[in-house]
Design a binder for this molecule. Structure first.
Ligand SMILES: Cc1cc2nc3c(=O)[nH]c(=O)nc-3n(C[C@H](O)[C@H](O)[C@H](O)COP(=O)(O)OP(=O)(O)OC[C@H]3O[C@@H](n4cnc5c(N)ncnc54)[C@H](O)[C@@H]3O)c2cc1C
Length: 394
């Protein structure tokens, strides 16, 4: 056990290392920080929390997703700005990119998701919206584009639709390319309203259109009207999420998209000392969706399971519930699809200003939630550190 003692306290302490400081990882870390018997260490590649659900706003300069960790992390959580490169489950150690090796009693795997780039030419000629660094590159590129430039957004899911609408607000000519219908998870009525708003914003929506290849000059597609090239100055990729390579490269069981396979309790199917959470996991028999909505709940459950594992109690299954799918359509419109708890669309659809206000409240609410958990665990962490710490037992 990687235990430590403080000078005043003779109770053995246990170490929980959390990989990934997004919604799920910060939620789990803050929750565990309330437990005085634990040392909680959070590893994240940057020194600020990224409100990922605002990345499309960052590209269009309509919102800033950065929050200092000092404002969202509980006092007891120690932050190391670094990236995990390898998990040695047999010896309960993690190697970081800096070369530092940390030991743990329990590991929380919360590394989120990355953009899928399986379309030929995507890696060379497109920029993905889904991560902080690549969203920053889109932002820089857009800042250099002349007015009324042509931008293709590939991917008709929630992220692609939000991105297309946000960029249309800059006055560029946007084409949204979707392999099937846009926003497949919402009701036909909500989809029709979303389509109508996109058209009003000037977005050309090409549904049932498959992208064969992405080139420097544009996107080669095949659709109802045959094969064609959609020429453009920039191609933005929002064609689905995959799990980062870390779990697979560490020999842990993953699904086809690289997400860590866990039991319903979120305990890894390979190792009782690894608990997964957020976008990065696929829990057996649990309906979840890669979303901030699920990540926050799974973060809480990961903390609960971690405590059970450390105490030798049986963990309980996770059961995330859903209430809505809320899609921003620029700054003046949104579609709020109310859902049943199992994420199936309900009858109620809200649009217009009311939906805009709810969407903004939801975005702010997730960050308020993190700050609230930090306060419950003690107080926000004014000295969230950006340097490695030594973890005893390594
Ligand atoms: C533009 C956009 C809009 C979205 N809008 C919505 C929305 O409206 N509603 C909704 O519910 N969801 C939305 N999502 C999805 C949502 O953002 C994700 O589902 C959510 O962020 C998942 O949370 P997470 O904590 O699992 O992962 P993340 O928030 O991605 O956090 C993971 C963290 O782990 C870090 N990390 C990665 N690899 C390592 C490593 N090796 N070592 C250490 N740290 C690592 C990452 O850098 C990141 O900081 C949107 C996504 C995008 C891109």
């Amino acid at each position: 056990m990687f235990t430590t003692h403080t000078s005043r306290d003779t109770t053995p302490r246990q170490t929980v290392v959390v990989l990934g400081g997004g919604y799920a990882g910060v939620t789990a870390a803050n929750r565990l920080a309330a437990d005085r018997g634990l040392d909680v260490v959070l590893i994240n590649p940057r020194d600020h929390f990224v409100e990922r659900i605002r990345l499309h706003q960052w590209t269009a300069d309509t919102g800033d997703p950065r929050h200092p960790y000092a404002s969202v992390l509980a006092a007891g959580v120690r932050l190391i700005v670094d990236a995990a490169e390898h998990i040695d489950a047999a010896h309960r150690r993690v190697r970081l990119a800096s070369g530092t090796v940390l030991g743990y009693d329990l590991l929380i795997y919360a590394v989120g998701s990355a953009g899928a780039t399986t379309i030929p030419g995507a890696a060379e000629h497109a920029l993905a919206i889904c991560e902080w660094e690549s969203a920053g590159r889109i932002r820089e590129r857009i800042a250099t584009l002349p007015e009324r430039s042509a931008i293709s957004v590939v991917g008709g899911g929630l992220t692609g639709v939000e991105t297309a609408a946000e960029l249309a607000g800059l006055g560029h000519r946007i084409t949204l390319v979707a392999g099937g219908e846009i926003t497949p998870g919402i009701s036909p009525r909500a989809r029709a309203s979303t389509r109508a708003t996109l058209r009003r914003l000037g977005v050309i929506v090409r549904e049932h259109t498959v992208v064969h290849r992405i080139e420097e000059t544009g996107v080669m597609v095949g659709g109802p009207d045959g094969d064609a090239e959609i020429t453009g100055d920039l191609t933005v990729l929002a064609a689905g999420f995959t799990g980062p390579d870390l779990a697979r490269n560490s020999g842990l069981s993953c699904d086809d998209t690289g997400r860590l396979r866990t039991h319903a309790s979120l305990v890894s199917v390979d190792d009782a000392a690894i608990v997964g959470t957020g976008d990065a996991v696929v829990p057996d028999g649990v309906h979840t969706r890669m979303s901030c909505q699920a990540a926050s709940q799974l973060g809480l459950h990961a903390a609960k399971t971690a405590r059970a594992q450390l105490a030798g109690r049986p963990p309980t299954p996770a059961h995330p519930v859903f209430v809505s799918q809320c899609i921003s359509l620029g700054r003046e419109a949104a579609t709020l699809q109310v859902t049943h708890l199992d994420d199936a669309p309900a009858r109620t659809v809200v649009t217009g200003r009311a939906a805009v206000l709810v969407k903004e409240y939801v975005c702010r609410g997730t960050v308020w939630g993190l700050k609230g958990l930090a306060r419950m665990a003690g107080r926000p962490n004014p000295a969230a550190v950006a340097e490695p710490v030594e973890v005893a037992g390594v």
